[in-house]
Design a protein around this ligand. Structure first.
Ligand code: ADP
Length: 627
């Protein structure tokens, strides 16, 4: 049997390779970061696996990643003593892309600004292939724990095909050998390699080493030198870490080139001891813009990486938080099942959640501008928290920001601020939901609030509708939709009497309308003639529109509204006069439908039959013209 097998890359991968090699040329140096990071992951894996099976180590556990520049042969080798790959795994890992969302990735990569492309590459996990930016051919020789001859050699020029064949390899692990392109020989220079490792891989826990020539007393010698500082920042005390170090570390674990908005670094004490170094990003990283980001910080146990994303340590709504937790008290050989219902992790999780919330509170109180820009990027996650995290709901609701009738466009108000500014006679918190600020500001619902000078929160984010059922009150004050509220009225008696007087007209009007369950005298209208309101528990018009867009709402399910009329409005007065003169006057139907359609438009919905509406208006226009 021929031992060399030729294989073809999967087609998506071909496209990606093509893009990587052609669109990333200005950030070629990221290849080294990616290969070192793969090597480091491979070491983490064998270290973890060997905890339960020491034989895997083959007495080779002086973890290191070695960089070997060879100017004679024009090759750069990145060698590790990590877990290695078998023939099957190498074909799977370096021949296909298993990740979902490849299409979106390709699209993003095409359109992303050049500066963001390296981040994308790292986040999507196509790191290995970035080698082809600098190499015209790559050889990988790898062996898992076992026989020396059980190794495998993989070779490709990155054009679409690769070969695999058996190979002998003395030591467990992987050598990635790059046959550098003629114009990329710079990457063989010691200074270049040093500076790239320092810049991109300084915090990698395992030593990244290189043979370096030294001259002492005119005698030349070669010695292995560690190029990275390997500082586990989270184990150090806060005072010993500089802002730059935090930022560099954050960049390395998040692939986000923006500095974080907040660094959270502390030692947790009590039943368990744990070190925490978390970051709140300032901008949404790319993994949040397409695909679902993984939840949870890296979990280390006494400096040994156990997993990259420990979901047991942060709730899903805090998936924007990046960082590291190092727990001294867990056994190293902890299994995933054990992590699942581990009471210690549960305690740490509660502690992390509280401290993220506390840090956000501090940011809101002390660095308001920064908080606002955080909220614009990540507010949706806080809202998700209000929806899902019952224990911390009140604190999370205090982190919310809303525009309001009284704030300028683009400026915000929190619930505590709103409550503080309420006049003493106002007992509840009012809000209005809808698509945009402008439309809301012109709805008739605000007329009484304007007259009373009461503020109303404007909620224009679709997700607001979904959190409102969970946000029924704040500190004893009910949150009430301005389009639902039965406003406290000082003219209740007069209103009841008016309702009786108007009853025959209202009955006649109701008979001409399909979707109205009641017509009543309004206490909220000052200028407009009519508006539609809902019962306190009914779905809002905005929510109905959202559900309709989602395909979750058909006409028949729509709630019947209450039509409110302003009985001091000249049109309503005129209608009443017509009705009293002749209860069968044809104009009653036209007036009724027009008042109803006006109310539909005012709440931001579409009228059912715009043609009929135009016709009614035109008929009226003609009547006035012919007078
Ligand atoms: P990612 O590292 O993001 O998964 P890559 O394209 O860089 O994506 O690598 C694909 C896979 O190849 C890795 O997930 C890993 O399983 C395997 N791999 C790459 N480099 C090594 C290595 N040095 N040792 C062992 N496995 C490796």
């Amino acid at each position: 049997m021929s031992t060399v097998e030729k294989k073809e890359f999967k087609s998506e991968l071909k496209q990606i390779l093509n893009l990587i090699t052609h669109s990333l040329y200005s950030n070629k140096e990221v290849f080294l970061r990616e290969l070192i990071s793969n090597a480091s992951d491979a070491i983490d894996k064998i270290r973890f696996d060997s905890l339960g099976n020491e034989a895997l180590l083959e007495n080779n556990k002086e973890w290191k990643i070695k960089i070997i520049p060879d100017k004679k042969n024009n090759t750069l080798t990145i060698s590790d003593n990590g877990i290695g790959m078998s023939r099957e795994t190498i074909m799977e890992n370096l021949g296909t892309i298993a990740k979902s969302g490849t299409k979106e990735f390709l699209e993003k990569l095409k359109t992303a600004e050049a500066a963001f492309r390296p981040e994308l590459i790292g986040q999507f996990g196509v790191g290995f292939y970035s080698a082809f930016m600098v190499a015209d051919s790559v050889t990988v020789i790898s062996r898992t724990a076992g026989e020396k001859s059980s190794g495998v050699q993989w070779v490709s020029d990155g054009q679409g095909e690769y070969t695999v064949e058996p190979a002998e390899k003395e030591l467990r692990g992987t050598d990635v050998i790059l046959h550098l392109k003629e114009e990329e020989k710079d990457f063989l220079e010691e200074w270049k390699i040093r500076s790239l490792v320092k810049q991109f891989s300084d915090f990698i826990e395992h030593p990244v080493v290189m043979d370096v020539e030294k001259e002492e007393d005119k005698k030349k010698s070669v010695a292995e030198e560690t190029l990275n500082s390997r500082k586990a920042l989270w184990l150090r005390s806060k005072n010993d870490v500089t802002k730059e170090e935090y930022e560099q570390f954050y960049q390395q674990i998040s692939n986000d080139f923006n500095p974080p908005a907040k660094v959270i670094h502390y030692t947790g004490e009590g039943m368990v001891e744990f070190k925490v170094l978390l970051f709140i990003p300032s901008k949404k990283p790319f993994d949040m813009m397409f695909g679902e980001p993984k939840v949870g910080p890296k979990l280390y146990i006494r400096r040994v990486l156990i997993m990259d994303h420990c979901e047991q340590l942060l709730p899903p709504y805090m998936r924007f938080v990046k960082g590291v937790v190092d727990c001294a008290d867990l056994p190293l050989n902890v299994s995933r099942e054990m992590l699942q219902q581990n009471p210690q992790l549960e305690k740490i999780k509660n502690n992390l959640v509280k401290s993220v919330i506390k840090n956000l509170e501090e940011m809101k109180n002390n660095e308001y501008e920064q908080y606002v820009s955080f909220f614009k990027e990540f507010g949706q996650f806080i809202k998700e928290g209000v929806h899902s995290d019952w224990t911390n709901k009140e604190q999370l609701s205090e982190l919310l920001l809303f525009e309001s009738v009284k704030t300028e466009e683009g400026k915000f108000l929190s619930l505590p601020q709103y409550a503080e500014q309420m006049p003493s006679e106002q007992k509840e918190i009012y809000f209005l939901t809808g698509e945009d600020r402008e439309t809301l500001l012109h709805t008739p619902y605000l007329e009484t609030f304007k007259a009373k000078e009461w503020n109303v929160l404007l909620m224009t984010d679709p997700i607001d509708e979904f959190i409102l059922p969970y946000l029924t009150e704040y500190k004893g004050k009910k949150l009430i939709g301005a389009d639902k509220a039965e406003l406290p009225s000082d003219k209740e008696k007069e209103q009841n009497e008016a309702q009786k007087i108007f009853a025959p007209l209202f009955d006649a009007m109701k008979a001409k309308l399909d979707h109205v369950k009641e017509i009543r005298v309004s206490s909220r209208l000052k200028e407009s003639a009519s508006c539609l309101v809902n019962d306190a528990n009914a779905m809002s018009a905005n929510m109905e529109r959202i559900m309709q867009k989602l395909g979750q709402m058909d006409e028949s399910k729509k709630t019947e509204r209450i039509l409110e009329l302003n009985i001091e409005h000249p049109v309503v007065i005129a209608l009443r006069n017509i009705f009293e003169a002749d209860a069968n006057d044809k104009r009653i139907e036209i007036y009724t439908k027009l008042l109803y359609d006006q109310a539909v438009i005012a709440e931001g919905s579409k009228v059912k039959d715009p043609t009929a509406l135009s016709k009614m208006i035109n008929d009226l226009l003609l009547q006035t013209a012919s007078r």
